[in-house]
Design a protein around this ligand. Structure first.
Ligand code: SF4
Length: 372
């Protein structure tokens, strides 16, 4: 079932307030440690050479999109390639972008933090973020000297919207001395109020690196609850959630198992606990890709944003992908035409207050120092 645009809007605007705090005592050993993956282990696999040095658009998309679509897209891709050269620009594409963007024009692909880190290594002057707003902000935080553009300013995130800097200040009053661990899917201002950031791939190690009995883990309640199953540290979670991942259910996954004997189920830890119970593997987007390339399952259900299955399926033709198709309406605001317009008109530039950027960068850098 798909939600209408109005329904998405209602979910997106829903925002918890301070009383919605859940405390989850540690309960280790529900999942084995071999289910962890470091998102940065996959960076090299996720990088593609600049598309301008590769085959033409038709060859890049061959077998991924129908020929008729490729023919329509070809002039647009060529225009984007030319603009990239003129602007000395790179396009960063999140794993949830549609295949035309992901395979057709992206220079660097991966999860949000991997994209930001890799962008700092490029000689480009301009970064176009084919992702949502917090990702563009993170790219700016890590690359303050570069111009960062986002093709659509409305590309937000239900998770990032669920918490504000003021909420964190109130939490600190309620739990004095308890460190704040913040998922990277947050605004720059929220990162700036945090002690340390984390990703879905390193959250447990980040929590344990602090050497304390309890932490506040913000803002994704499901990721926080999952972390609580992996550690003895008490986790205080915020009631935020990803509008895409919270819609999956364990019941629908059991139907896949019953009707497709032998099928593997892999899930993102932003999913609710009953979904993770059903999964054969739980991991970040990069972790799921790594698991697929290692395990090479015959058939798999990928429980995350739908476009990611499309993108990975193009690289693993021998695996049959079954997709419970939940799309992120924010990610889908990014289009090929929008990317072309961003490069042509140098819009929409994402700026972060320098004082906020300095504090946010500290929280990100502390995370990067954690060994996993
Ligand atoms: S998939 Fe979820 S976490 Fe990612 S941008 Fe969309 S709403 Fe935010």
């Amino acid at each position: 079932m798909c939600l209408s645009r109005e329904e998405w809007g209602r979910v997106y605007r829903r925002r918890p307030t301070l009383p919605h705090i859940i405390r989850t005592p540690g309960a280790r050993a529900k999942y084995s440690s071999d289910r962890y993956y470091c998102p940065f282990r996959d960076i090299q696999e996720l990088v593609v050479a600049p598309t301008s040095t590769q085959a033409g658009p038709a060859a890049r998309l061959e077998g991924i999109l129908p020929d008729v679509e490729i023919a329509i897209l070809e002039p647009l891709i060529e225009e984007i390639e030319q603009l990239k050269g003129e602007r000395n620009a790179v396009i960063l594409a999140h794993n949830y972008m549609t295949p035309d963007i992901y395979h057709g024009v992206a220079d660097i692909k991966g999860d949000s933090l991997a994209l930001a880190r890799l962008a700092s290594d490029t000689p480009a002057d301009v970064i176009v973020m084919a992702g949502v707003h917090f990702m563009a902000e993170t790219a700016k935080i890590v690359n303050p000297q570069k111009t960062v553009l986002i093709p659509d300013l409305e590309a937000g995130c239900s998770l990032a919207e669920s918490i504000t800097p003021q909420d964190i200040r109130l939490l600190r009053e309620r739990y004095p001395g308890v460190p704040v661990v913040t998922y990277v899917n947050t605004s720059a201002e929220v990162k700036a109020e945090s002690d340390i950031c984390c990703t879905s791939g390193n959250a447990v190690q980040v929590v344990e690196s602090l050497g304390v009995d309890r932490v506040m883990f913000l803002p994704d309640q499901y990721l926080g609850r999952w972390v609580a199953t992996q550690t003895e540290v008490e986790i205080i979670v915020w009631e935020g959630s990803c509008m895409v991942h919270e819609r999956f259910t364990g019941a629908e996954l059991r139907v896949y198992r019953d009707t497709h004997p032998g099928i593997q189920i892999i899930a993102h830890p932003e999913c609710p606990p009953d979904v993770l119970e059903e999964a054969d593997f739980v991991g970040s987007t990069a972790g799921m890709i790594r698991w697929l390339k290692t395990e090479r399952p015959r058939a798999v259900v990928m429980v995350t944003e739908c476009s990611m299955s499309d993108n990975v399926a193009a690289e693993l033709p021998e695996t049959e992908f079954t997709q419970p198709c939940n799309l992120c309406p924010h990610m889908k605001r990014i289009t090929m035409a929008g990317i072309r317009d961003a490069l042509r008109d140098m819009r929409f530039e994402v700026l972060v207050d320098p004082e906020v950027a300095v504090r946010a960068r500290l929280a990100v850098e502390r995370m990067l120092e954690v060994k996993i």
